[in-house]
Unconditional design. Structure first.
Length: 248
């Protein structure tokens, strides 16, 4: 199984919640002190160029994110080992039926319905790992009808790093420190709970600026490592009404 084919072979989508403080604040949520995540079905994937479907009665919001694609099976790995399990990346949009999510949160219920509709994880083609040498410093943007909605950078993640001092026992003095940036830390945390498998995807959180989309809209988004002169990935999606049995 190749991670490049994650769109058809991946088994799960692990989505980190509230990993950008300004996004948490714009929705009136508390800024978390430790990571938390939820799961999305892989049936929600939508390939580049597709149409996002709006279920009847749903207020659907866009959330642009850097996605991490897992390259080999593993669990219980340390942050220092985590990047060995990464095959590459993708540009993703986590769609959320906000009214359903708010209702579920009020009742203390899971968010699965609000995140799990078909077409609710638009995602780009595979981006090789070497194309993003520093995933902790990547520009992300999203437009609706050619107007900017989101424009952020992964350096603004809440869970950006932990700094560990290594001490000399005799003198209790630090001799050097070690930084683990957000993605290794998050991968290690998730792998301590569940095995991450080849083709699985980790959504790393969204910057502020989330907002509604409606049938007839056109969504475009891009991703650019700060070392690159231009975007290395762009996506485009139309938005349409879903003709189905569900009604909110």
């Amino acid at each position: 199984m190749s991670a490049r084919n994650f769109l058809t072979t991946g088994r799960k989508i692990v989505a980190i919640g509230r990993n950008f403080s300004e996004h948490a604040k714009e929705l009136g949520n508390a800024v978390p002190k430790s990571p938390f995540f939820f799961l999305k079905p892989t049936s929600s994937y939508l390939a580049n160029g597709g149409a996002v479907e709006i279920p009847t009665g749903c207020e659907v919001h866009h959330e642009v994110e850097l996605a991490v694609v897992i390259g080999k099976d593993g669990r219980d790995y340390r942050p220092s080992e985590a990047m060995d399990y990464v095959a590459g990346y993708a540009l993703a949009i986590d769609m959320t039926a906000r009214n359903l999510q708010n209702e579920a949160k009020t009742k203390g219920l899971p968010w699965s319905a609000s995140k799990g509709f078909d077409t609710f994880t638009p995602i780009s083609e595979f981006i090789p790992k070497e194309s993003i040498p520093d995933p902790s410093n990547v520009d992300l943007w999203l437009k609706v009808n050619d107007a900017f909605r989101q424009n952020g950078n992964t350096k603004d993640m809440i869970f950006r790093y932990v700094y560990i001092n290594i001490y000399v026992p005799l003198f209790s003095l630090p001799i050097f420190g070690c930084c683990f940036y957000s993605i290794p830390m998050l991968l290690s945390y998730v792998s301590s709970i569940m095995k991450l498998e080849t083709g699985d995807v980790l959504l790393t959180g969204t910057p502020s600026g989330v907002g509604p989309i409606r049938p007839g809209d056109v969504i475009t988004a891009g991703l650019k490592p700060v070392t690159s002169p231009s975007d290395i990935m762009n996506v485009k999606y139309s938005v349409t009404a879903r003709n189905g049995l569900f009604k909110a």
